[in-house]
Design a protein around this ligand. Structure first.
Ligand code: AMP
Length: 220
């Protein structure tokens, strides 16, 4: 992989492994992996009104209001580590967010991980995560030390929004609001769109990404 200020988005249905792949790309390109879900879950740990409001949306599998996610992403993208580029996971999720993002950042690459809903749902059972958004699977991708994250040593937990009802809702939002953004980016000549088959095991999916991810950085 080559790198020159890559500003990537990663899309994929729930269970497609986009968080895991984003983590690998982040390591290889030395750019921050910014997971909106992880940012929100961190705020959820506070004892605040905002934490309660966020929990209300997350546990139902609904999107938290754009006003909040837009503010959070703007603050995060201002941090110095984003000067080298970034990979966004879980943002933007709808047109309003994509338009907001376009005011501050020219995206260079959109990676789309394709997987059927059935396969994604199967993978979500037995998924574990740490507070920073690093994810594992009890059978397909277990952590080295039982119950703890390999990257930062934080305890692993099952997500409260991985109930059948919330998963159904999250998938439905992905198809109705996020997937149409692929066409929105297809209309932007500066954005390279890369399709990836999410079915093979994690290392193979990553190999396909590496092969296809030749960064042109047309926009900088
Ligand atoms: P994720 O970790 O990406 O699966 O996100 C978990 C949950 O966080 C989602 O189901 C939403 O409730 C919330 N969330 C994450 N990203 C966004 C976003 N860009 N806009 C609104 N809600 C979000």
């Amino acid at each position: 992989m080559k790198a020159s200020k890559p500003r990537l988005l990663i899309f994929g249905p729930q269970g497609s492994g986009k968080g895991t792949q984003a983590q690998l790309i982040s390591k290889s390109l030395h750019i921050p992996h910014i997971s909106m879900g992880a940012i929100l879950r961190k705020i959820q740990n506070d004892d605040s009104r905002l934490a309660k409001d966020i929990t209300h949306y997350l546990d139902r599998g609904e999107l938290v209001p754009d006003e909040l996610t837009n503010k959070l992403i703007a603050v995060r993208l201002e941090k110095p580590d984003c000067k080298a580029g970034f990979i966004l996971d879980g943002y933007p999720r709808n047109k309003n967010q994509a338009e907001f993002l376009s005011k501050t950042s020219q995206i260079t690459i959109l990676l789309v991980i394709n997987l059927s809903d059935e396969e994604g749902v199967k993978r979500l059972s037995d998924r574990l995560m740490c507070d920073n958004g690093h994810s594992y699977h009890l059978h397909f991708a277990p952590p080295q030390k039982n119950g703890f994250c390999d990257v930062d040593g934080l305890p692993l937990f099952r997500r409260s929004d991985e109930t059948a009802q919330a998963i159904k809702q999250r998938l439905s939002i992905y198809h109705q609001e996020t997937e149409p953004l692929i066409d929105y980016y297809r209309r932007q000549p500066a954005v390279q769109i890369i399709d990836i088959d999410g079915n093979p095991p994690i290392p193979q999916v990553y190999q396909e990404i590496e092969k296809k991810l030749v960064i042109h950085d047309k926009a900088s």
